[in-house]
Write a protein that binds this ligand. Structure first.
Ligand SMILES: CSC[C@H]1O[C@@H](n2cnc3c(O)ncnc32)[C@H](O)[C@@H]1O
Ligand SMILES: [Zn+2]
Length: 426
Protein backbone atom coordinates (compact mmCIF):
# COMPACT_ATOMS: atom_id res chain seq x y z
CA UNK A 1 0.00 0.00 0.00
CA UNK A 2 2.22 2.86 1.24
CA UNK A 3 1.81 6.47 0.25
CA UNK A 4 0.47 7.59 -3.14
CA UNK A 5 0.58 11.15 -4.45
CA UNK A 6 -1.72 12.01 -7.37
CA UNK A 7 -0.90 15.42 -8.80
CA UNK A 8 -2.38 17.90 -11.24
CA UNK A 9 -5.81 16.30 -11.69
CA UNK A 10 -9.29 17.75 -11.94
CA UNK A 11 -11.06 16.51 -8.81
CA UNK A 12 -14.80 15.80 -8.64
CA UNK A 13 -15.07 15.18 -4.89
CA UNK A 14 -18.92 14.90 -4.94
CA UNK A 15 -18.98 16.42 -1.45
CA UNK A 16 -18.04 19.87 -2.79
CA UNK A 17 -17.13 21.92 -5.86
CA UNK A 18 -14.83 20.67 -8.61
CA UNK A 19 -11.14 21.39 -7.92
CA UNK A 20 -8.89 22.19 -10.89
CA UNK A 21 -5.20 21.20 -10.80
CA UNK A 22 -5.72 19.50 -7.47
CA UNK A 23 -3.73 16.87 -5.62
CA UNK A 24 -4.71 13.76 -3.70
CA UNK A 25 -2.50 12.21 -1.04
CA UNK A 26 -3.20 8.62 0.00
CA UNK A 27 -1.68 7.22 3.17
CA UNK A 28 -2.20 3.49 3.62
CA UNK A 29 -5.88 2.71 3.05
CA UNK A 30 -7.08 6.31 3.61
CA UNK A 31 -7.26 9.65 1.85
CA UNK A 32 -4.89 11.94 3.71
CA UNK A 33 -5.48 15.09 1.66
CA UNK A 34 -7.76 16.12 -1.23
CA UNK A 35 -7.54 19.71 -2.50
CA UNK A 36 -5.43 22.38 -4.12
CA UNK A 37 -1.69 21.69 -4.32
CA UNK A 38 -0.67 24.69 -2.19
CA UNK A 39 -2.44 23.41 0.95
CA UNK A 40 -0.69 20.00 1.18
CA UNK A 41 1.59 20.04 4.25
CA UNK A 42 5.21 20.57 3.21
CA UNK A 43 7.49 17.56 3.39
CA UNK A 44 4.80 14.96 2.60
CA UNK A 45 6.72 12.17 0.84
CA UNK A 46 5.07 9.52 -1.33
CA UNK A 47 6.27 6.09 -2.46
CA UNK A 48 4.30 6.33 -5.72
CA UNK A 49 3.67 9.52 -7.67
CA UNK A 50 0.94 9.56 -10.34
CA UNK A 51 1.13 12.48 -12.78
CA UNK A 52 -2.53 13.08 -13.58
CA UNK A 53 -2.84 16.43 -15.33
CA UNK A 54 -4.86 14.79 -18.13
CA UNK A 55 -7.14 12.91 -15.69
CA UNK A 56 -10.32 13.48 -13.70
CA UNK A 57 -10.43 11.99 -10.19
CA UNK A 58 -13.77 10.76 -8.85
CA UNK A 59 -14.86 8.56 -5.95
CA UNK A 60 -14.98 4.93 -7.09
CA UNK A 61 -18.36 4.05 -8.57
CA UNK A 62 -20.81 1.96 -6.54
CA UNK A 63 -22.81 -0.64 -8.47
CA UNK A 64 -25.73 -0.95 -6.06
CA UNK A 65 -27.30 -4.09 -7.55
CA UNK A 66 -25.85 -6.91 -9.57
CA UNK A 67 -25.50 -10.68 -9.85
CA UNK A 68 -21.81 -10.79 -10.76
CA UNK A 69 -21.59 -14.47 -11.70
CA UNK A 70 -24.29 -13.94 -14.33
CA UNK A 71 -21.50 -12.54 -16.52
CA UNK A 72 -21.19 -16.20 -17.52
CA UNK A 73 -24.76 -16.00 -18.89
CA UNK A 74 -24.25 -12.82 -20.93
CA UNK A 75 -26.30 -13.11 -24.18
CA UNK A 76 -27.58 -16.52 -23.08
CA UNK A 77 -31.22 -15.32 -23.18
CA UNK A 78 -32.27 -11.96 -24.57
CA UNK A 79 -35.30 -10.06 -25.80
CA UNK A 80 -37.74 -11.68 -23.38
CA UNK A 81 -39.94 -10.33 -20.56
CA UNK A 82 -38.69 -10.93 -17.00
CA UNK A 83 -41.02 -13.82 -16.07
CA UNK A 84 -40.31 -15.85 -19.19
CA UNK A 85 -36.60 -14.94 -19.10
CA UNK A 86 -36.30 -16.19 -15.49
CA UNK A 87 -38.61 -19.21 -15.58
CA UNK A 88 -37.87 -20.63 -19.05
CA UNK A 89 -34.21 -19.73 -19.51
CA UNK A 90 -32.26 -18.40 -16.52
CA UNK A 91 -33.42 -20.57 -13.61
CA UNK A 92 -33.02 -23.86 -15.54
CA UNK A 93 -29.48 -22.78 -16.58
CA UNK A 94 -28.59 -21.59 -13.06
CA UNK A 95 -29.62 -25.00 -11.70
CA UNK A 96 -26.62 -26.46 -13.61
CA UNK A 97 -24.04 -23.89 -12.42
CA UNK A 98 -21.29 -25.28 -10.21
CA UNK A 99 -19.44 -23.43 -7.46
CA UNK A 100 -16.45 -23.12 -9.82
CA UNK A 101 -18.65 -21.67 -12.59
CA UNK A 102 -19.82 -19.02 -10.12
CA UNK A 103 -16.24 -18.27 -9.05
CA UNK A 104 -15.06 -17.77 -12.66
CA UNK A 105 -18.20 -15.94 -13.77
CA UNK A 106 -17.67 -13.57 -10.84
CA UNK A 107 -14.00 -13.08 -11.76
CA UNK A 108 -15.07 -12.06 -15.27
CA UNK A 109 -17.53 -9.59 -13.77
CA UNK A 110 -14.91 -8.17 -11.39
CA UNK A 111 -12.52 -7.67 -14.29
CA UNK A 112 -15.22 -5.81 -16.23
CA UNK A 113 -16.17 -3.75 -13.18
CA UNK A 114 -12.60 -2.70 -12.37
CA UNK A 115 -11.98 -1.77 -16.00
CA UNK A 116 -15.03 0.50 -16.04
CA UNK A 117 -14.46 2.23 -12.69
CA UNK A 118 -16.59 0.31 -10.20
CA UNK A 119 -14.86 -0.05 -6.85
CA UNK A 120 -17.80 -1.34 -4.77
CA UNK A 121 -20.70 -3.58 -5.74
CA UNK A 122 -23.74 -5.12 -4.06
CA UNK A 123 -24.20 -8.73 -5.13
CA UNK A 124 -26.97 -11.27 -4.68
CA UNK A 125 -26.37 -14.84 -5.82
CA UNK A 126 -25.69 -18.44 -4.83
CA UNK A 127 -22.39 -19.94 -3.54
CA UNK A 128 -21.44 -16.58 -2.16
CA UNK A 129 -18.33 -17.94 -0.45
CA UNK A 130 -16.93 -18.41 -3.98
CA UNK A 131 -17.87 -14.81 -4.77
CA UNK A 132 -16.16 -13.65 -1.55
CA UNK A 133 -12.95 -15.48 -2.53
CA UNK A 134 -12.97 -13.79 -5.93
CA UNK A 135 -13.52 -10.38 -4.29
CA UNK A 136 -10.62 -10.93 -1.89
CA UNK A 137 -8.30 -11.66 -4.82
CA UNK A 138 -9.52 -8.89 -7.13
CA UNK A 139 -9.29 -6.19 -4.43
CA UNK A 140 -12.72 -4.56 -4.83
CA UNK A 141 -15.22 -3.84 -2.11
CA UNK A 142 -18.29 -6.13 -2.12
CA UNK A 143 -21.54 -6.13 -0.16
CA UNK A 144 -22.50 -9.78 -0.57
CA UNK A 145 -25.89 -11.43 -0.03
CA UNK A 146 -26.84 -15.07 -0.31
CA UNK A 147 -29.82 -15.13 -2.66
CA UNK A 148 -32.83 -16.81 -1.05
CA UNK A 149 -35.73 -18.17 -3.08
CA UNK A 150 -38.31 -19.31 -0.53
CA UNK A 151 -39.84 -22.10 -2.58
CA UNK A 152 -36.34 -23.56 -3.24
CA UNK A 153 -35.48 -23.49 0.46
CA UNK A 154 -37.91 -25.88 2.16
CA UNK A 155 -35.17 -27.41 4.36
CA UNK A 156 -33.70 -23.97 5.24
CA UNK A 157 -30.31 -24.91 3.75
CA UNK A 158 -30.07 -21.73 1.69
CA UNK A 159 -30.82 -19.52 4.69
CA UNK A 160 -28.20 -21.46 6.70
CA UNK A 161 -25.66 -20.70 3.93
CA UNK A 162 -26.62 -17.02 4.16
CA UNK A 163 -26.01 -17.07 7.91
CA UNK A 164 -22.61 -18.76 7.40
CA UNK A 165 -21.68 -16.13 4.82
CA UNK A 166 -22.38 -13.37 7.35
CA UNK A 167 -20.56 -15.11 10.19
CA UNK A 168 -17.50 -16.10 8.15
CA UNK A 169 -17.06 -13.16 5.80
CA UNK A 170 -18.41 -9.98 7.41
CA UNK A 171 -15.44 -7.56 7.58
CA UNK A 172 -13.02 -9.85 5.69
CA UNK A 173 -10.34 -8.38 3.42
CA UNK A 174 -9.58 -5.48 5.76
CA UNK A 175 -13.28 -4.59 5.83
CA UNK A 176 -13.73 -4.74 2.06
CA UNK A 177 -16.35 -7.46 2.37
CA UNK A 178 -19.67 -6.74 4.06
CA UNK A 179 -22.76 -8.91 4.02
CA UNK A 180 -26.55 -8.88 3.97
CA UNK A 181 -29.22 -11.53 3.51
CA UNK A 182 -30.85 -11.63 0.06
CA UNK A 183 -34.50 -12.69 -0.02
CA UNK A 184 -35.06 -12.65 -3.79
CA UNK A 185 -38.53 -11.03 -4.06
CA UNK A 186 -42.04 -11.20 -2.59
CA UNK A 187 -43.18 -13.40 -5.52
CA UNK A 188 -40.54 -16.06 -4.73
CA UNK A 189 -40.54 -15.70 -0.93
CA UNK A 190 -43.86 -16.14 0.93
CA UNK A 191 -44.57 -13.77 3.85
CA UNK A 192 -43.63 -16.32 6.58
CA UNK A 193 -40.28 -16.90 4.86
CA UNK A 194 -39.65 -13.14 4.47
CA UNK A 195 -40.35 -12.66 8.18
CA UNK A 196 -38.02 -15.50 9.10
CA UNK A 197 -35.23 -14.03 6.94
CA UNK A 198 -35.79 -10.56 8.44
CA UNK A 199 -35.67 -11.95 12.00
CA UNK A 200 -32.47 -13.81 11.16
CA UNK A 201 -30.91 -10.67 9.66
CA UNK A 202 -31.88 -8.66 12.75
CA UNK A 203 -30.23 -11.28 14.97
CA UNK A 204 -27.05 -11.06 12.90
CA UNK A 205 -27.08 -7.25 12.74
CA UNK A 206 -27.16 -7.10 8.94
CA UNK A 207 -29.57 -5.69 6.36
CA UNK A 208 -31.58 -7.14 3.49
CA UNK A 209 -31.05 -6.99 -0.28
CA UNK A 210 -34.28 -7.69 -2.21
CA UNK A 211 -35.97 -7.14 -5.62
CA UNK A 212 -39.17 -5.08 -5.21
CA UNK A 213 -41.88 -3.82 -7.59
CA UNK A 214 -39.97 -4.64 -10.76
CA UNK A 215 -42.88 -5.34 -13.13
CA UNK A 216 -46.57 -4.55 -13.39
CA UNK A 217 -47.21 -8.29 -13.26
CA UNK A 218 -45.43 -8.56 -9.90
CA UNK A 219 -47.48 -5.73 -8.41
CA UNK A 220 -50.78 -7.28 -9.64
CA UNK A 221 -49.74 -10.73 -8.37
CA UNK A 222 -48.74 -9.50 -4.89
CA UNK A 223 -51.82 -7.27 -4.68
CA UNK A 224 -54.13 -10.21 -5.45
CA UNK A 225 -52.31 -12.64 -3.12
CA UNK A 226 -51.76 -10.34 -0.12
CA UNK A 227 -53.89 -7.22 -0.69
CA UNK A 228 -50.91 -4.88 -0.71
CA UNK A 229 -48.30 -3.53 -3.09
CA UNK A 230 -44.84 -5.17 -2.82
CA UNK A 231 -43.56 -2.11 -0.92
CA UNK A 232 -46.56 -2.00 1.45
CA UNK A 233 -46.25 -5.76 2.03
CA UNK A 234 -42.54 -5.50 2.86
CA UNK A 235 -43.38 -2.66 5.25
CA UNK A 236 -46.28 -4.60 6.84
CA UNK A 237 -43.96 -7.57 7.42
CA UNK A 238 -41.44 -5.35 9.22
CA UNK A 239 -38.65 -5.67 6.65
CA UNK A 240 -38.09 -1.92 6.59
CA UNK A 241 -37.27 -1.88 10.31
CA UNK A 242 -33.89 -3.16 9.05
CA UNK A 243 -31.54 -1.47 6.58
CA UNK A 244 -32.94 -2.52 3.17
CA UNK A 245 -31.42 -2.29 -0.29
CA UNK A 246 -34.34 -2.62 -2.72
CA UNK A 247 -33.57 -3.25 -6.38
CA UNK A 248 -35.74 -1.79 -9.17
CA UNK A 249 -38.77 -0.12 -7.48
CA UNK A 250 -40.25 0.59 -10.91
CA UNK A 251 -44.01 0.45 -10.30
CA UNK A 252 -44.77 2.57 -7.24
CA UNK A 253 -47.77 4.38 -5.79
CA UNK A 254 -47.41 7.75 -4.07
CA UNK A 255 -47.89 5.86 -0.78
CA UNK A 256 -45.04 3.45 -1.73
CA UNK A 257 -42.72 6.41 -2.34
CA UNK A 258 -43.60 7.89 1.07
CA UNK A 259 -42.84 4.56 2.74
CA UNK A 260 -39.46 4.26 0.97
CA UNK A 261 -38.54 7.79 2.09
CA UNK A 262 -39.78 7.43 5.66
CA UNK A 263 -38.15 4.04 6.21
CA UNK A 264 -34.88 5.17 4.60
CA UNK A 265 -34.89 2.28 2.14
CA UNK A 266 -31.98 2.41 -0.33
CA UNK A 267 -33.28 1.98 -3.87
CA UNK A 268 -31.01 0.51 -6.55
CA UNK A 269 -32.32 1.93 -9.83
CA UNK A 270 -31.34 -0.36 -12.74
CA UNK A 271 -32.39 1.57 -15.85
CA UNK A 272 -30.78 -0.57 -18.56
CA UNK A 273 -32.04 -3.90 -17.24
CA UNK A 274 -35.52 -2.39 -16.81
CA UNK A 275 -35.44 -1.11 -20.40
CA UNK A 276 -34.16 -4.36 -21.91
CA UNK A 277 -36.70 -6.54 -20.11
CA UNK A 278 -39.33 -3.85 -20.87
CA UNK A 279 -40.22 -3.85 -17.17
CA UNK A 280 -40.88 -0.10 -17.17
CA UNK A 281 -39.17 3.08 -16.03
CA UNK A 282 -38.71 3.82 -12.32
CA UNK A 283 -40.08 7.19 -11.09
CA UNK A 284 -36.62 8.49 -10.19
CA UNK A 285 -37.50 12.17 -10.25
CA UNK A 286 -40.47 11.64 -7.90
CA UNK A 287 -38.42 9.42 -5.55
CA UNK A 288 -35.57 11.94 -5.33
CA UNK A 289 -38.04 14.80 -4.73
CA UNK A 290 -39.61 12.80 -1.90
CA UNK A 291 -36.19 12.29 -0.29
CA UNK A 292 -35.69 8.61 -1.23
CA UNK A 293 -32.03 7.54 -1.40
CA UNK A 294 -31.79 6.38 -5.03
CA UNK A 295 -28.55 4.67 -6.11
CA UNK A 296 -27.68 3.07 -9.46
CA UNK A 297 -27.08 -0.60 -10.34
CA UNK A 298 -26.50 -2.52 -13.55
CA UNK A 299 -28.33 -5.71 -12.50
CA UNK A 300 -26.67 -8.85 -13.92
CA UNK A 301 -24.92 -9.09 -17.29
CA UNK A 302 -27.61 -11.49 -18.52
CA UNK A 303 -30.19 -8.70 -18.50
CA UNK A 304 -28.09 -5.55 -19.12
CA UNK A 305 -25.79 -6.90 -20.91
CA UNK A 306 -22.74 -5.12 -19.47
CA UNK A 307 -21.55 -3.94 -16.06
CA UNK A 308 -20.38 -0.50 -17.18
CA UNK A 309 -21.53 1.96 -14.51
CA UNK A 310 -20.38 4.97 -16.55
CA UNK A 311 -22.86 3.98 -19.25
CA UNK A 312 -25.52 3.26 -16.62
CA UNK A 313 -25.14 6.78 -15.16
CA UNK A 314 -25.72 8.23 -18.64
CA UNK A 315 -28.79 6.07 -19.21
CA UNK A 316 -30.14 7.08 -15.80
CA UNK A 317 -29.78 10.79 -16.52
CA UNK A 318 -31.16 10.60 -20.06
CA UNK A 319 -34.08 8.36 -19.16
CA UNK A 320 -35.18 10.58 -16.26
CA UNK A 321 -35.36 13.51 -18.68
CA UNK A 322 -37.03 11.57 -21.48
CA UNK A 323 -39.73 10.03 -19.31
CA UNK A 324 -40.56 13.23 -17.39
CA UNK A 325 -40.30 15.65 -20.31
CA UNK A 326 -38.15 17.76 -18.01
CA UNK A 327 -34.53 18.34 -19.13
CA UNK A 328 -33.62 19.50 -15.62
CA UNK A 329 -34.50 16.07 -14.15
CA UNK A 330 -31.39 14.27 -12.80
CA UNK A 331 -28.73 16.82 -13.80
CA UNK A 332 -25.14 15.62 -14.22
CA UNK A 333 -24.04 16.29 -10.64
CA UNK A 334 -27.12 14.49 -9.26
CA UNK A 335 -26.43 11.45 -11.48
CA UNK A 336 -22.86 11.28 -10.13
CA UNK A 337 -24.10 11.58 -6.54
CA UNK A 338 -26.46 8.66 -7.19
CA UNK A 339 -23.60 6.49 -8.50
CA UNK A 340 -21.25 7.29 -5.62
CA UNK A 341 -22.54 8.72 -2.32
CA UNK A 342 -26.11 7.41 -2.64
CA UNK A 343 -24.73 3.97 -3.50
CA UNK A 344 -22.45 4.09 -0.47
CA UNK A 345 -25.42 5.10 1.72
CA UNK A 346 -27.62 2.31 0.34
CA UNK A 347 -24.91 -0.20 1.29
CA UNK A 348 -24.37 1.35 4.74
CA UNK A 349 -20.86 2.47 3.75
CA UNK A 350 -21.19 6.26 3.52
CA UNK A 351 -18.96 6.91 6.54
CA UNK A 352 -16.17 5.08 4.69
CA UNK A 353 -16.62 5.75 0.96
CA UNK A 354 -18.69 7.65 -1.61
CA UNK A 355 -16.86 11.00 -1.65
CA UNK A 356 -13.26 12.16 -1.93
CA UNK A 357 -12.61 13.65 1.51
CA UNK A 358 -9.64 13.36 3.84
CA UNK A 359 -10.19 10.56 6.35
CA UNK A 360 -12.33 8.40 4.07
CA UNK A 361 -11.07 5.15 2.57
CA UNK A 362 -8.94 5.64 -0.52
CA UNK A 363 -11.36 4.34 -3.18
CA UNK A 364 -11.01 6.45 -6.32
CA UNK A 365 -10.78 6.37 -10.08
CA UNK A 366 -8.91 8.45 -12.64
CA UNK A 367 -10.69 9.00 -15.95
CA UNK A 368 -8.77 10.02 -19.05
CA UNK A 369 -9.77 13.44 -20.36
CA UNK A 370 -7.20 13.63 -23.15
CA UNK A 371 -9.69 12.18 -25.60
CA UNK A 372 -11.66 13.85 -28.41
CA UNK A 373 -15.04 13.29 -26.77
CA UNK A 374 -13.82 14.80 -23.47
CA UNK A 375 -12.68 18.14 -24.96
CA UNK A 376 -12.73 21.10 -24.52
CA UNK A 377 -14.39 20.50 -21.11
CA UNK A 378 -16.69 23.35 -20.24
CA UNK A 379 -18.15 21.21 -17.45
CA UNK A 380 -16.27 18.14 -16.32
CA UNK A 381 -19.25 16.53 -14.54
CA UNK A 382 -21.29 16.81 -17.75
CA UNK A 383 -18.36 15.35 -19.72
CA UNK A 384 -18.30 12.28 -17.45
CA UNK A 385 -22.09 11.77 -17.48
CA UNK A 386 -22.97 12.57 -21.09
CA UNK A 387 -19.78 11.87 -23.07
CA UNK A 388 -17.54 9.36 -21.27
CA UNK A 389 -17.69 5.57 -21.28
CA UNK A 390 -16.24 2.95 -18.96
CA UNK A 391 -13.38 2.47 -21.44
CA UNK A 392 -12.06 5.91 -20.47
CA UNK A 393 -11.21 4.80 -16.91
CA UNK A 394 -7.42 4.67 -16.59
CA UNK A 395 -6.67 4.03 -12.91
CA UNK A 396 -8.60 2.35 -10.09
CA UNK A 397 -7.58 2.47 -6.42
CA UNK A 398 -9.44 0.62 -3.65
CA UNK A 399 -8.50 0.78 0.04
CA UNK A 400 -5.26 2.50 -0.99
CA UNK A 401 -4.23 -0.29 -3.39
CA UNK A 402 -3.80 0.30 -7.13
CA UNK A 403 -5.98 -2.32 -8.90
CA UNK A 404 -5.59 -0.84 -12.38
CA UNK A 405 -3.15 1.62 -13.88
CA UNK A 406 -2.93 2.72 -17.51
CA UNK A 407 -5.93 0.47 -18.22
CA UNK A 408 -4.04 -2.62 -17.02
CA UNK A 409 -5.66 -4.63 -14.23
CA UNK A 410 -2.97 -5.72 -11.78
CA UNK A 411 -4.85 -8.15 -9.56
CA UNK A 412 -6.44 -10.52 -12.07
CA UNK A 413 -5.04 -12.84 -14.74
CA UNK A 414 -7.06 -11.79 -17.77
CA UNK A 415 -6.09 -14.68 -20.06
CA UNK A 416 -6.85 -17.25 -17.36
CA UNK A 417 -10.31 -15.72 -16.82
CA UNK A 418 -11.09 -15.71 -20.56
CA UNK A 419 -10.03 -19.36 -20.90
CA UNK A 420 -12.09 -20.47 -17.89
CA UNK A 421 -15.28 -18.64 -18.89
CA UNK A 422 -15.04 -19.91 -22.47
CA UNK A 423 -14.85 -23.46 -21.11
CA UNK A 424 -17.81 -22.94 -18.75
CA UNK A 425 -20.17 -20.90 -20.92
CA UNK A 426 -22.15 -23.85 -22.37
C1 LIG B 1 -31.60 -15.69 -5.63
S1 LIG B 1 -30.09 -15.23 -6.37
C2 LIG B 1 -30.57 -13.98 -7.48
C3 LIG B 1 -31.58 -14.45 -8.50
O1 LIG B 1 -32.09 -13.30 -9.13
C4 LIG B 1 -32.22 -13.58 -10.49
N1 LIG B 1 -32.32 -12.33 -11.24
C5 LIG B 1 -31.43 -11.75 -12.02
N2 LIG B 1 -31.91 -10.59 -12.51
C6 LIG B 1 -33.15 -10.46 -11.97
C7 LIG B 1 -34.14 -9.49 -12.08
O2 LIG B 1 -34.01 -8.40 -12.84
N3 LIG B 1 -35.28 -9.66 -11.41
C8 LIG B 1 -35.48 -10.75 -10.64
N4 LIG B 1 -34.57 -11.73 -10.52
C9 LIG B 1 -33.42 -11.57 -11.17
C10 LIG B 1 -31.02 -14.41 -10.80
O3 LIG B 1 -31.15 -15.06 -12.02
C11 LIG B 1 -30.97 -15.31 -9.60
O4 LIG B 1 -31.76 -16.44 -9.77
ZN1 LIG C 1 -31.41 -8.36 -9.84
Amino acid sequence: MGKIFIKGCTIVPISGPVIEEGVIAVDGDRLYYVGPANALPAGWQADTVIKADDKVALPGLVNAHTHAAMALLRSYADDLPLKEWLEKKIWPREARLTREDIYWGTKLALLEMIRSGTTTFADMYFNMDAVAEAVLEAGLRGCLSQGLIGFQDEDGGRLASGVSLVKEWQGAGDGRITTMLGPHAPYTCPPEYLTKVADTAAGLGVGLHIHLAETKGEVADIQSRYGATPIALANRLGLFELPVLAAHCVHLTAEDISILAEKKVGVAHCPESNLKLASGVAPVKAMLSAGVNVAIGTDGAASNNNLDMVGEIRTCALLAKGISGDPTAVPAHQALVMATLNGARALGLDKKIGTLEAGKKADLILVNKRLPHMMPSHNVEADIVYAASGNDVDTVIVNGKILMSGGEVKTLDVEEIYAEVKKRAG
